[in-house]
Design a protein around this ligand. Sequence first.
Ligand SMILES: [Zn+2]
Length: 344
Amino acid sequence: MYLVEERGVKPRKTRYTAVAVEREGLPVMLHTHRTNHVAHYLLDRGKVPGLEGARVKSSEVRVGRSRFDFLLEQGRKKIFLEVKSCTLFGNQVAMFPDAVTERGARHLQELASLVTEGTHAAVLFIVHWPHARIFLPDYHTDPAFSETLLNVRDKVQIIPLSVHWRSDLTLDGDPRPLRIPWSYIERESRDRGMYLLVLSLRRRRCLSIGRLGRINFPRGFYVYVGSAMNGLEKRIERHRRVRKRPHWHIDALRAVSEFHSAFPIRSSDRLECEIARALSQIGEWKIPDFGSTDCLCGTHLFGFIDDPSHRADFHRILQRFRMDRYDTVASISGTHSDADRISK
Ligand SMILES: [Zn+2]
């Protein structure tokens, strides 16, 4: 944890604020207002590809009801620039946002609507991870943001840059532009794929599960791996509802438990059995043959004493199938050539 002393700010409980956390020995910045300082610094030094020679005319610029981080001038061009801080990444892939942001999608639309002959717009994603090579919108958690990014990309210049922080929180070297594999995003971000459904069961239950017969379910949390290659959001919505005609094994457990959360993993490939294999490594108990009558897996349902979504190994599995899969797909299909465009 990196702490800085706060001076000249109103009294707070502690005088220190966490500005960064550490990952693999490198600091990862947490504070967005610092990201704007970084952007300003890089702009002043001509280190932002596509915006070389642009100078900052004003910051926190109001246009109508919206506000943008910077107004730049590049020759006769006016450029509205929005800066986003990106702290979600796998090995080589960085994603934005890390939680649903209606504001993010709205900002993109507003930027696009400002574009005229003399007025341009750009969004700069500062990625706080020097090993990042690829930038993707996080279509798993925020498909609306992802769709908006795809829609505005011909109007708004999209610039993802990775920066390298030294341990003394100064910048090391020049920022690196990241590639955006647009056709991969278009294919993979659709409303289809897998999901991890997390249910919580308050007390032990004995349930009748189709041909499996009566099964004991210890109290705790359950993670179910399912897939919906035709309507993922609708499927997750269905699991949220209690009242429905039972169809799958999971419906019987859902009827007596609470919907805790769901984690979509959008993909054009069926990955549920691979995900089930990964979960079987971390599950504390298993319900044999549950949800896996059509495949060779031992089960698609795993039990946990405590909330699995607080576990690092659970998030590593999500990261592997949501982000790191890009590396595999790209190396098999040769998508890297498509990914070579930094932006449009
Ligand atoms: Zn399976």
